[in-house]
Design a protein around this ligand. Structure first.
Ligand code: DHB
Ligand code: FE
Length: 320
């Protein structure tokens, strides 16, 4: 059975891609940004997922403004880098996983999420920059990547709740795939930023940090946030963060936060990055500790206020 083992959020700022492509990573401005992903690359190299699902947005590269699908799943065997105006980025072709992608499309559509199935697509910085941040710049990307493009560029984008529930449906789809695959899901974009208009340059670190806290520990607080609140608090482009909720919906209710990084600015954007791991499966836990009684030390630990709070939190659900 396939399984989503972890979720990652990462910025997708085009200037990060330009800094990589033009060999500016060692400049102090960019070093500050890239050094925040050193541990992430180590984590990725250790985790070695079999497949990644990348929730990202296209910037009128694959879809012109004439056609903007709300959710579009890349089911092709490969996705070449798009020409974004200065030629395609010099990054490897993204190899897809057509059988898992087709399975996800089937499962999710039968679960009443009307995805657009895409059999031919180029991918822009929205997808390739997060891959660089997590994998570096290898000759070939180390695993297949299934792109899931979400419309966050033309109003109305989907709600955070819809995104979260889609994440849940994706998780169900992955778990009904017979092959043993370890899947990591990316939510990209964010955090607060506004690129044009009178509030251009807006960054709201207080909002961003609370968003990261809730994403990790209490996503129920985020799923019903209105578009207007994203816009007011996080700027016009802050709405990209709904994509993070697809990722979060695909994970367990309670997750282990293994890494977090936040820096301001990268280009016009606050860069927020988090790695969340699903706990080992109950079945896996049972296999290791079948019917073992808790030790006195474990019992004492369970009585601490933090544990009690955690136990209380466990009973909270994110409702659909
Ligand atoms: C910038 C950030 C984005 O997320 C994006 O899609 C385009 C530009 C920026 O910071 O310039
Ligand atoms: Fe963006």
């Amino acid at each position: 059975m396939a399984r989503i083992i972890a979720g990652v959020t990462s910025s997708h700022v085009p200037a990060i891609g330009a800094a990589i492509d033009n060999h500016k990573m060692e400049e102090p401005y960019w070093k500050r940004v890239f050094s925040g992903f050193d541990k992430s690359k180590e984590w990725m190299a250790k985790t070695k997922p079999d497949v990644c699902i990348a929730v990202y947005n296209d910037h009128a590269s694959a879809f012109s403004v004439e056609i903007v699908p709300t959710f579009a799943l890349g089911c092709a065997a490969e996705f070449p880098p798009a020409d974004e105006g200065w030629g395609p980025r010099p990054v490897p072709v993204v190899k897809g996983h057509p059988t898992l992608a087709a399975h996800i499309a089937q499962s999710v559509i039968l679960d009443e999420f009307d995805l657009t199935v895409v059999n031919k697509m180029e991918v822009d910085h929205g997808l390739t920059v997060p891959l660089n941040l997590m994998f570096g710049s290898p000759k070939e990307w180390p695993c297949p990547v299934i792109p899931l493009a979400v419309n966050v560029v033309l109003y109305p984008p989907p709600t955070g709740h819809r995104c979260f529930m889609l994440g849940r449906a994706i998780r169900k789809a992955v778990e009904s795939y017979p092959e043993d695959l370890r899947v990591v899901i990316f939510g990209t974009g964010g955090m607060s930023h506004q690129i044009s208009g009178p509030r251009a340059g807006l960054i709201n670190s207080k909002f961003d940090k609370a968003f990261l806290d809730n994403l990790s520990k209490n996503p129920a607080k985020l799923v019903h946030m209105k578009h207007l609140e994203y816009m007011r608090e996080a700027g016009a482009e802050g709405i990209e963060m709904v994509m993070w909720l697809v990722m979060r919906g695909a994970l367990d209710e309670r997750v282990k936060e293994v890494y977090r990084f936040y820096t301001v600015p990268a280009s016009n954007t606050a860069v927020g990055h988090i790695i969340l791991e699903n706990a080992p499966r109950p079945a896996q836990r049972r296999a290791g500790s079948a019917k073992r009684r808790p030790t006195p030390k474990a019992k004492a630990k369970a009585k601490t206020p933090v544990r009690r709070a955690a136990a209380r939190a466990k009973s909270e659900t994110v409702r659909g």
